[in-house]
Write a protein that binds this ligand. Structure first.
Ligand code: SAH
Length: 243
């Protein structure tokens, strides 16, 4: 069972070390770092304490997309509950059994944002759902590694709960398949000149959110890709469609 914890652009090496420790105490060991400011670093090693083996095995990549390769369910974390979120929002306690269940079919990911500003909208767009740790509304931003600890702990507790309902017949599509679907849709939207006033990829991003929320399985992604290919083929044959 693979549950990836991904830190996006962590600035303080100490937080990376504390994250490794928080994970190892709860029996998790799959740590990914996207463009860390400083790593490896003595402060990370010091704060990892006996969990420095996790640091040694941590995967360091340049983009979130690379870290999400193969992941079938992706949840992002947010310190702020913005008024209008486009994703379902869970507490750590609610999300833990779902993560364990989804992990039966392949890797799943929990994504943590950079210390000061958290995840960007573009990063949220790669998520199927969000986690918010309930906190003091006047001060709800936890230290990064403490947020990691809470998630890791709830996963530990959920491991001992009775197994949830039946498995999916078809596993969820991995993140890179969803990305291909979004790219394909963007090409078709351009080809048939389906745009909105806002422009600048606004419509594409809204479609991406819908697809993310829908938790598409592989067959469903194939179905949409087939539809898009058919629309594109038809558009190419239509003399009125611009080249
Ligand atoms: N102002 C930023 C705070 C970032 S804190 C924001 O609005 O998101 C750095 C990271 O710690 C966050 O990206 C998230 O991964 C985690 N975190 C901190 N507090 C959290 C909370 N209450 N719920 C969920 N994640 C939290």
């Amino acid at each position: 069972m693979q549950i990836r914890f991904i830190l996006v652009a962590p600035r303080h090496p100490g937080n990376i070390g504390s994250t490794a420790r928080a994970m190892k105490t709860m029996g998790l060991d799959d740590l990914w770092l996207v463009s860390p400011a400083q790593f490896p670093h003595p402060e990370a090693t010091a704060l990892a304490s006996g969990a420095d083996d996790l640091l040694g095995r941590a995967r360091v990549v340049g983009t979130l997309a690379e870290a999400l390769e193969g992941c079938r369910w992706v949840v992002g974390t947010s310190a702020r509950l913005r008024t209008a979120f486009y994703w379902p929002v869970f507490t750590p306690r609610e999300v833990a059994p779902r993560l364990l269940q989804a992990a039966v079919d392949g890797p799943v990911a929990v994504v943590f944002g950079t210390e000061r500003t958290g995840l960007t909208n573009e990063e949220f767009e790669r998520c199927n759902a969000l986690i918010h740790i309930p906190a003091n509304p006047a001060y709800e931003s936890l230290n990064l590694s403490q947020a990691v600890q809470i998630l890791a702990y709830e996963l530990r507790v959920a491991r001992d709960l009775p197994a949830p309902e039946a498995r999916r017949l078809v596993p969820l599509a991995p993140a890179e398949e969803l990305e291909r679907l979004n790219t394909h849709l963007g090409q078709v939207l351009a080809a048939v000149e389906f745009t909105d006033r806002a422009g600048g990829g606004h419509l594409e991003r809204r479609f991406a959110r819908v697809f993310g929320r829908a938790e598409l399985d592989q067959h469903e992604v194939n179905m949409f890709r087939g539809l898009l290919a058919a629309v594109m083929a038809k558009a190419r044959r239509d003399p009125e469609t611009p080249a």
